[in-house]
Design a protein around this ligand. Structure first.
Ligand SMILES: [Zn+2]
Ligand SMILES: [Zn+2]
Length: 270
């Protein structure tokens, strides 16, 4: 606390221990941060900016607003059962993700992971209420891979961070199962049709994916019912990335002669 802060801070607040600054706006915050839902890294004002999707309007893709995508003619069956997302992808959320992903502000990783964990618990609760799913509905959690080129440039895969956030307390391991076989153009600059064309053959199983999955299923004696996989990504836009990855996951399970149920969870829904 600087002398200037001391002069403008009410007396009772001098005694509260400070923990530094709000991760997203930089304002000074006290221990416990906003204190809402255990979000200790940000201030109350920033917490209030989070556009949580608490009641998805579209039961398929988890969109918070009316959804033309899932009722589009020719949409056909998707390779995943349903998607849920933590927040709406508005300007503030776009900025938070950009700070983490493109501007290397890695301190945002734990915050985004915690938001993911919050959404994960809401998703499990929804599945439990609506379809009598068990308390721990997923056998395995996996994530959308980034290309080697992106990995070198960024040093991390944001979806992997989010997957570990979601997995906390979920009693399902995070398994690295997929890879990107080639580098694609930035998705945001392309239309729906271009994206679908572009994603054709982009994702493939990692060479050890089938073995890894088999080993886990055997160790947990999961041999009877379909394998329940949860796929994680940062942003759901058209759902084409999730759909393509889910198809590869179905193929991995098929190698083991196992049917699969694939769910998806993303940090944001545009
Ligand atoms: Zn703040
Ligand atoms: Zn939808």
């Amino acid at each position: 606390m600087s002398w200037k802060d001391i002069l403008i801070t009410p007396v009772h607040q001098w005694l509260a221990p400070t923990v530094g600054s709000c991760l997203t706006c930089g304002k000074m915050i006290r221990a416990g941060g906003c204190g809402v839902n255990g979000f200790s890294q940000i201030c109350t004002a920033c917490y209030k900016l989070i556009p949580w999707i608490t009641a998805p309007r579209c039961p398929v893709c988890g969109r918070a607003v009316g959804c033309p995508d899932c009722s589009r003619t020719g949409q056909g069956a998707r390779n995943f059962l349903l998607n849920r997302s933590a927040v709406q992808y508005n300007a503030v959320m776009r900025e938070w993700l950009a700070q983490y992903k493109f501007r290397g502000n890695e301190s945002l990783g734990p915050l985004l992971a915690q938001m993911m964990n919050y959404a994960m618990r809401a998703m499990i609760e929804e599945l439990r209420v609506k379809s009598a799913a068990p308390k721990h509905p997923f056998d395995i959690i996996t994530f959308v891979p980034v290309s080697e080129e992106r990995m070198l440039e960024r040093g991390f895969n944001q979806s992997r961070t989010l997957a570990y956030g979601a997995a906390r307390g979920a009693r399902a391991p995070v398994l690295d199962l997929l890879r990107r076989s080639r580098h694609t153009e930035k998705q945001s600059s392309r239309n729906r049709r271009q994206r679908l064309m572009d994603l054709n053959g982009v994702f493939e199983p990692l060479p050890d994916a089938v073995d890894k999955l088999e080993e886990h299923l055997l160790s947990k004696h999961l041999t009877q019912r379909p394998v329940r996989l949860l796929l994680i990504d940062d942003v759901y836009t058209t759902g084409s990335t999730m759909d393509t990855c889910a198809l590869v996951l179905h193929n991995i399970c098929r190698e083991l002669g196992r049917p699969a149920e694939i769910y998806s969870l993303t940090w944001a829904r545009s």
